[in-house]
Design a protein around this ligand. Structure first.
Ligand SMILES: [Zn+2]
Length: 147
């Protein structure tokens, strides 16, 4: 009789990040991987035009808005599976939320809106490209230099 052992998965080290828009009208905190290894740049119609570079929030329960909700505006389009949030004053897109079949509820924070990172730390963040224009978010698009 064999007994299957449950593999022990150690979660990567986490950090509570503060994310804010350009003017400070929108600010939130959320827990993400300390090393930010899951960042991605997508070629979908929205990410392409806004040059979004995002990272998933690890624990959605840690998402805490620190500024009034009325400072934020929401934009949804097409399938309406992803809500894009941006500051009503400066227009900076700070995060996205949605519920994706096969993935579940998610929050993506704009990496460029992270506070307290040096330019060197930003330049060392690993990221991958996502082929969102073809709804293949797990695949790398054929062309990436412009993303
Ligand atoms: Zn703003």
């Amino acid at each position: 009789m064999s007994e299957s052992a449950t593999p022990v998965v150690t979660p990567p080290p986490q950090r509570l990040y503060t994310v804010s828009c350009h003017c400070g009208g929108v600010k939130f905190q959320a827990q993400m991987e300390k090393e930010l290894t899951k960042g991605h740049r997508c070629n979908c119609s929205s990410c392409f035009k806004t040059r979004m570079w995002v990272h998933p929030v690890s624990d959605l329960s840690t998402f805490k808005m620190m500024t009034p909700e009325e400072n934020v505006s929401q934009y949804v389009y097409n399938t309406k599976m992803c809500e894009h949030y941006f500051c009503k004053t400066c227009g900076t897109q700070t995060h996205m939320m949605g519920d994706c079949p096969g993935y579940g509820r998610y929050i993506l924070a704009s990496i460029n809106c992270l506070e307290e990172l040096t330019q060197e730390e930003f330049s060392n963040i690993k990221f991958r490209y996502a082929d969102g224009i073809n709804s293949n978010f797990m695949d790398v698009p054929k062309y990436t230099n412009h993303l």
